[in-house]
Write a protein that binds this ligand. Structure first.
Ligand SMILES: [Zn+2]
Length: 344
């Protein structure tokens, strides 16, 4: 076994000859001096990492799991209620904990040693993700919906924070309009903003997925309008909310890719709406690079679509098998990486 100072030695290259090397996070949020780094790596943290057989690797990959409908039967765009619960159990048991996309791109991955970040993204804002049940004039969250399952899991496991990302449509068909309208699946139109607000209050992240899911490669001159109106609707529900993440409908880029990242639209009344994102989500591509990886591109973040019962297990096992799993060293001030891939 390596002495503690070797496993967590991040002060200089000479103390990192054992398993890992570290470099300091370049962040204005770092308040402690580098001298605190080793002291922060207490023995409990060290032994938990060693016991789990996980070497800290903060250049490893982070899975961004993508869900759509939460229903009774699995499909390409469907995951069962029970399946989602099991996915959460699997992630939790294997030491994964959720972070938001904002935390991801801000490199604010503050997890205990040996744990790994995961991002859960729910696309399309269907009632199956967030449905209210009206009982004696009171609104209750349907426990079989994504929000019901996520909030129950958070209650049972307080270290599983509410950090899932909801990439929403405010005006699509089939109730995909901020989680339901027009009595589709019993959802009232007037509940829409309340739902979006609830998500923000609980710590979930609000993400734009355009106005109604039109393909941006075919949207012509309307690209900016479709995107801007998605942001506007979120602002109507949660005034002042800064939308930082945008998900491309069907993963299709507009011909002018820059317009998916930033743009401006002027409405009929002459009001100008501008948007500028910090992250753009693709629909596929596998686990994402660490934000500390020089090749990480926040403007094209790949995701893993959860199709079937084995998708999550297979993805997590694959990361471990290939030594690609992001594993925290427990110290947000340093970036731990395997010595083999350490750069100078
Ligand atoms: Zn979608």
């Amino acid at each position: 076994m390596f002495p503690r100072s070797l496993l967590f030695g991040c002060l200089s290259a000479s103390v990192a000859v054992g398993a890992i090397a570290c470099s300091h996070v370049e962040s204005s949020d770092v308040k402690s001096s580098p001298g605190d780094v080793v002291a922060a790596a207490d023995s409990a943290r060290t032994s938990s990492v060693v016991a789990a057989g996980l070497t800290p690797n903060e250049l490893g990959r982070i899975p961004v799991f993508e869900y759509h409908l939460i229903v009774d039967k699995n499909g390409v765009y469907e995951r069962t209620h029970e399946g989602l619960r099991r996915d959460l159990e699997t992630m939790y048991a294997r030491g994964f904990r959720p972070i938001s996309m904002s935390e991801f791109i801000d490199k604010k991955i503050d997890l205990p040693a040996g744990q790994s970040p995961v991002v859960l993204v729910f696309d399309d804002a269907s009632p199956s993700q967030f449905r209210y049940i009206e009982k004696n004039g009171q609104l209750e969250i349907d426990p079989t919906t994504a929000v019901g399952i996520l909030t129950a899991f958070n209650k049972a496991h307080p270290d599983w924070r509410n950090r899932a990302v909801f990439c929403m449509l405010p005006a699509a068909q089939a109730g995909r309009s901020f989680f339901g309208d027009k009595n589709i699946e019993g959802q009232k139109t007037e509940w829409r903003y309340k739902k979006v607000k609830f998500l923000a209050e609980q710590g979930f992240e609000l993400c734009n997925h355009t106005l109604y899911h039109a393909r941006l490669d075919r949207a012509g001159a309307k690209v900016e309008e479709f995107i801007a109106r998605g942001d506007m609707a979120i602002d109507s529900a949660v005034p002042g909310y800064k939308v930082r993440t945008f998900a491309l409908p069907l993963g299709m880029w507009p011909h002018n890719r820059e317009l998916a990242k930033r743009g401006t639209w002027r409405d009929a009344k002459g009001r100008t709406v501008s948007y500028a994102y910090d992250a753009v989500l693709e629909v596929a591509g596998g686990p994402a690079r660490s934000p500390f990886d020089p090749q990480f591109n926040p403007m094209s973040v790949p995701r893993v679509q959860v199709i079937g019962d084995s998708a999550v297990t297979r993805t997590l096992a694959g990361l471990e098998k290939h030594g690609q799993r992001y594993v925290s060293d427990g110290d947000p001030k340093t970036v731990a990486k395997p010595i083999t891939t350490a750069s100078k």
